[in-house]
Design a protein around this ligand. Structure first.
Ligand code: FMN
Length: 204
């Protein structure tokens, strides 16, 4: 399904083409592609090069591990994410390893790494769907995640399937319009909420 963003200004095709589907095919993700997607995350920038991200990855090739991951999804996501061949949980280390202080930008760094991951996945013909609807406490418990790490998101990864495989309500959401706030609402200059003068006002 083509859900390319209708942008107001030209952007890279990989950014326009990324979207978050629910209808995942059960086609396995080739190991070299999975590794490439994770390698892209690895090469992200991070404050002090701390690389605070850690990923838990479950593939359908290992049914027991995959079931464990599925059991950590909230019901709303479980409905569709169980079809994806790869489930990832993202976690982040909240304090610096080299210094005795909190890492203020740890979540930011993780987001950058996941952004890399999504772009690489798109390049390889894969899709990602990130999820906040996961069982945080259960994930911490079943994967023995240490105190200093926060469980942040889940990510479904795989090839697109068929919209018809989804229940009716999810088919509707899958086809819904892709919307974004205009630049004038998010780019300020002189003071808060005053759009920068270079941002066109006529593009709502
Ligand atoms: C941190 C984060 C958490 C999200 N949580 C969920 C979720 O729990 N369930 C869901 O269906 N989509 C979730 N999404 C997907 C967003 O709804 C989606 O990215 C947004 O609507 C924009 O659509 P697009 O990714 O197709 O451009 C999440 C996205 C992010 C980045």
């Amino acid at each position: 399904m083509n859900r390319t963003a209708q942008t107001h200004h030209p952007i890279h095709t990989l950014l326009k083409d990324r979207w978050s589907p629910r209808a995942f095919s059960d086609r396995p993700v080739e190991q070299e592609k999975l590794l490439a997607v994770l390698e892209a995350a690895r090469w992200s920038a991070s404050a002090m090069n701390e690389q605070p991200w850690r990923f838990i990855v479950a593939t359908k090739d290992n049914p027991a591990e995959f079931e464990k991951a599925v059991s950590c999804l909230k019901e709303g996501n479980l409905r569709w994410a169980k079809d994806a061949p790869v489930l990832i949980f993202t976690t982040v280390k909240k304090s610096y390893t080299k210094f005795d202080r909190p890492n203020r930008t740890a979540f930011y760094d993780l987001g950058l790494a996941v952004s890399n991951l999504t772009v690489q996945a798109t390049e390889l013909g894969l899709h990602t769907h990130q999820m906040g609807g996961i069982e945080f406490d259960k994930i911490r418990e079943v994967y023995h995640i240490p105190e200093d790490y926060e469980v942040v998101t889940g990510i479904a990864l795989g090839y697109y399937g068929h919209i018809e495989q989804l229940p009716d309500d999810l088919q509707e959401r899958e086809k819904g319009p892709r919307v974004r706030k205009p630049l004038s609402e998010i780019i300020f200059a002189e003071t808060w909420a005053e759009p920068a003068s270079f941002v066109p006002q006529n593009k709502a």
